[in-house]
Ligand binder design. Structure first.
Ligand code: NDP
Ligand code: 8X3
Length: 247
């Protein structure tokens, strides 16, 4: 019997690559995001795929989308809470409040909305796995990133707390915590389509495949093994702020 994985934020970057790699490994995949055209395009590439189009910040949209899941897609074995973003890179007192709200509503509240809907059927079956995409920013703080770091620290706390709450139900909970990965992340954060040319200049960053590879590893361990966290950095990155850049 094939397992079903739900990946939030699969229109781009880490989520998209994770959906592809899980599909190649034999998972049925449910992919989500706001950009419907991208979801449809990706689903056509994958063997068994269903797409759900919603803004994860809107709990009614999220609930409605799940209400419309066909019965054959309702049993979800693996939840990858990946949808997220950083908005802005300024000291706290210069941040836009709208950017704070977008990060908190997406990275924390959106993750919670989806988890609350998906987990009951895992609890009923005493089986399932949740992998939260955290960040080095969930382990260390850096200047100009206070609220993004706070949201990823929240993802770390939620991962640990979920592991306790879901422990009686045989549900694995873990996180993957990347350093710098070249995706649309910096384009979104800096609101600059050319951001990647600057942010990833002078060193080799991680690529979405590197993170997808770790997620697949976590998802394919034997039943008695739960990988609780994987911190992955580019070789050129020592911590949240130290990079070996060759200019
Ligand atoms: P991308 O910008 O490439 O992808 C982000 C994904 O999140 C998109 O599919 C986007 O879909 C989805 N998303 C964002 N906001 C919403 C929303 N309101 N509703 C639904 N979906 C949403 O970035 P990454 O792949 O890099 O980011 C994936 C995760 O990895 C994030 O949680 C990020 O914080 C984390 N991360 C990234 C790192 C990096 O350096 N790139 C490092 C560490 C962690 P759409 O816009 O279509 O809705
Ligand atoms: C994304 C990586 O270092 O920009 O989570 O916070 S970082």
């Amino acid at each position: 019997m094939k397992k079903t994985a739900l990946i939030t934020g699969a229109t781009s970057g880490i989520g998209k690559e994770t959906a592809k790699m899980l599909s190649e490994k034999g998972f049925r995949v449910i992919i989500t995001g706001r950009r419907k055209d991208r979801l449809q395009e990706l689903c056509q590439e994958l063997t068994e795929c269903f797409s759900m189009n919603f803004d994860i910040r809107d709990k009614e949209q999220v609930q409605n989308a799940f209400n419309q899941l066909p019965p054959e897609w309702k049993t979800i074995d693996l939840l990858i809470n990946n949808a997220g973003l950083a908005a802005g890179l300024e000291p706290l007192h210069e941040n836009q409040i709208e950017d704070w709200e977008q990060m908190i509503d997406t990275n924390i509240k959106g993750l919670l909305y989806v988890t609350k809907i998906v987990v009951p059927q895992m609890i009923a079956r005493h089986s399932g796995q949740i992998i939260n995409v955290s960040s080095i920013a969930g382990k260390k703080t850096y200047g100009k990133g206070a609220v993004y770091c706070a949201t990823k620290h929240a993802v770390e706390a939620l991962t640990k707390a979920m592991r306790i709450d879901f422990n009686p139900y045989n549900i694995k909970v873990g996180s993957v915590s990347p350093g710098a990965v070249e995706t649309e992340f910096s384009i979104v954060r800096l609101k600059d389509p050319k951001a990647n040319e600057k942010v990833y200049a002078g060193y080799t960053p991680l690529y979405p495949q590197d993170i997808a590879d770790a997620v697949v590893y976590m998802a394919t361990r034997p039943p008695h093994v739960n990988i609780a966290d994987i911190l992955i950095l580019p070789t050129a990155q020592a911590n949240a702020t130290v990079f070996n850049k060759k200019f």
